[in-house]
Ligand binder design. Structure first.
Ligand code: CP
Length: 313
């Protein structure tokens, strides 16, 4: 059973997905995140609250930025390491959650390789416990979607009604792309283009309303933002991509290609990057890249989310 992520009054109980999250709720989180990104803090917001990062898949930026965000709100932070935990003795994720919850932990930031795994845990959590989806399978990565929107807002303004965005690459395996698509639609982006090899674009309705292309040069024409995706080789069956060289030739963002976009276009990538595959060093480290800004905004967005779920303002 998938639990509702809002309560009867419309307040967030969990953050599992941006799908059908109202525009006002997204904008409220982005406004608060912008406040934190400007250097404000709320050191007492989660005083006495314990938060656990429960990751069953690897992470660098999501896990660390959630830990930093929780610390900046005054929470006690527990970091669960699956490789040294009792899950190696066969304990289930369900029993792991209930065990840590019994210690008085109220906030869980959960990543799992299985679609829907975080929602399943939210369904068995106690009332008053809040879960944040830090990425499940290929389904959703809502705080990545929010931090991408905050980064776009800072660069292009809060009115997305004239914004042309292209999402490039391995959309099939990307929970980031799905959360970005939900957020861009909710915020009213003028045009959402999606470009990648046919083998890496989903055909299940995910791309409804998008302009789909397999020609990156054409897809970049005049865009305000290029959102590059990681080629997720660890989730891939053989044969989806002929070779990394071929992929780079057809779908890699180079400085020459980027000149097809608007002169002030910005480049995003959720990380970690496959340098020389989906993006060249020159673009990743160039003046139009906002990739490290995205990482910094991750702390601010995660502060806003944890405060909304667990704090008293
Ligand atoms: N973007 C992202 O989720 O990165 P990590 O896997 O390092 O957390």
């Amino acid at each position: 059973m998938t639990p509702d992520q809002t309560d009867d009054a419309g307040a967030l109980r969990h953050l599992l997905t941006l799908d059908r999250l109202p525009r006002a709720a997204i904008e409220s989180l982005l406004d608060r995140a912008a406040h934190f990104a400007a250097g404000h803090d709320a050191r007492e917001a989660l005083a006495g609250v314990a938060v656990c990062t429960l990751f069953f898949e690897p992470s660098t930026r999501t896990r660390l930025s959630f830990q930093l965000a929780a610390q900046r709100l005054g929470a006690d932070v527990l970091s669960f390491d699956a490789s040294t935990s009792s899950t190696t003795k066969g304990e289930t994720a369900h029993d792991t959650l209930k065990t840590i919850e019994a210690m008085g932990v109220r906030g869980f930031v959960v990543r799992d390789k299985r679609d829907g795994a975080v929602a399943e845990l939210a369904a068995v959590a106690n009332r008053g416990t809040a879960l944040v989806n830090a990425g499940d399978g290929r389904s959703a990565h809502p705080t990545q979607g929010l931090l991408d929107m905050l980064t776009l807002r800072q660069a292009k303004g809060a009115d997305f009604s004239r914004l042309k965005v292209v999402i490039v690459g391995d959309v099939l395996h990307s929970r980031v792309a799905r959360s970005d698509l939900h957020a861009l639609r909710a915020l009213g982006a003028a045009e959402i283009r999606v470009c990648g090899p046919a083998s890496l674009l989903p055909s299940d309705g995910t791309l409804d309303g998008c302009v789909v292309s397999h020609d990156l040069d054409a897809a970049l024409d005049g865009v305000d933002a290029a959102m590059m995706l990681r080629l997720q080789r660890e989730r891939m069956d053989d044969g989806l991509v002929a070779s990394l060289d071929d992929y780079h030739r057809d779908f890699g963002l180079t400085a020459a290609r980027l000149r097809r976009a608007a002169p002030d276009a910005v480049v995003l990538h959720p990380g970690p990057m496959n340098r020389g595959v989906e993006i060249t060093d020159e673009v990743a480290d160039g003046a139009q890249s906002l990739i490290l800004r995205q990482v910094g905004n991750g702390v601010a967005v995660r502060m806003a989310v944890l405060e909304a779920l667990l704090g008293r303002r």
